[in-house]
Ligand binder design. Structure first.
Ligand SMILES: C[S@@+](CC[C@H](N)C(=O)[O-])C[C@H]1O[C@@H](n2cnc3c(N)ncnc32)[C@H](O)[C@@H]1O
Length: 246
């Protein structure tokens, strides 16, 4: 399969990860860093749950396209995560990292799936959005954090070159830096890509608007991205090209 975009640092594939991942070389990836659809509060298989209605306050996506694959119930979600986490682990070098975003609802399912896929589960880091998280009604705790479930493919080697890495990342949302309905800030992803040494390759099979790829390139890491929605591939390509112009 041919990438839709390629430069010295980044390759982006337009397609389903289950078609693309088997074409990649086992052991060629240093770290999996990814942000799958959370299927948060999904009503069940076959029921349409538009992420715009779920994740955009007031249903206003500010022109950002919607995406599919966000309506699995908890059991379906765990089973699905196990499948792609297993294939990704086979691509990651021994001692490489797996970092996967999730919210509070599906945190237990993601921890289970990571272990079922034979990653060694090492912990959970937090992304603290501060008061830029969606505001709930009075009397309710804010869902202020999203989580990064992390593990390694086998032993976690002691490092002289990096870490210990932050267990809590305080990075507010900035709408100017949000190119996907559930997009992550570049600063947050720039902190996370530090787990891979300079020049190593990071895999993001749920690339969305390409934030992981952009951060990797900015920080001197290589990256491979996969995204199923053509509109988001186009957004990613534009962002990577603008980075070249900076
Ligand atoms: C939560 S978003 C990632 C957002 C990204 N972190 C960003 O900052 O833009 C997840 C993405 O995974 C894509 N996706 C869902 N299922 C997929 C699949 N089977 N293969 C490839 N991409 C998929 C969706 O289209 C969506 O854009």
């Amino acid at each position: 399969m041919k990438p839709v975009y390629e430069d010295d640092f980044v390759s982006l594939y337009h397609g389903d990860l289950f078609d693309v991942l088997p074409t990649l070389q086992p052991g060629s990836i240093h770290s999996l860093i990814t942000d799958p659809p959370y299927c948060s509060g999904a009503p069940g298989a076959g029921v349409k749950a538009d992420p715009v209605k779920k994740y955009c306050q007031g249903g206003n996506a500010l022109g950002r396209p919607t995406f599919g694959g966000d309506s699995k119930n908890e059991r379906g979600f765990s089973f699905w995560c196990l499948q792609w986490l297993r294939i990704c682990r086979q691509l990651v070098k021994e001692g490489g990292y797996g970092l996967v975003f999730i919210d509070w609802r599906n945190l237990p399912s993601m921890c289970d799936a990571l272990q079922a896929a034979d990653w060694i589960h090492r912990g959970v880091a937090a992304w603290d959005k501060g008061l830029t998280s969606r505001s709930p009604h009075r009397g309710y705790f804010r869902h202020q954090c999203e989580y990064i479930v992390w593990g390694t493919n086998g032993p976690c080697h002691k490092r002289d070159d990096a870490g210990p890495f932050k267990g809590c990342h305080h990075v507010p949302h900035d709408l100017k830096d949000k190119h996907h309905i559930t997009g992550k800030p570049v600063r947050l992803m720039s902190e996370l890509v530090q787990v891979a040494p300079i020049g190593e390759t990071i895999l993001d099979p749920f690339a969305g608007s390409g934030t992981t790829l952009l951060a990797a390139k900015r920080e001197g890491r290589r990256a491979i991205g996969i995204e199923r929605e053509k509109s988001y591939c186009d957004i990613t390509i534009n962002r990577l090209r603008s980075l070249d112009l900076q």
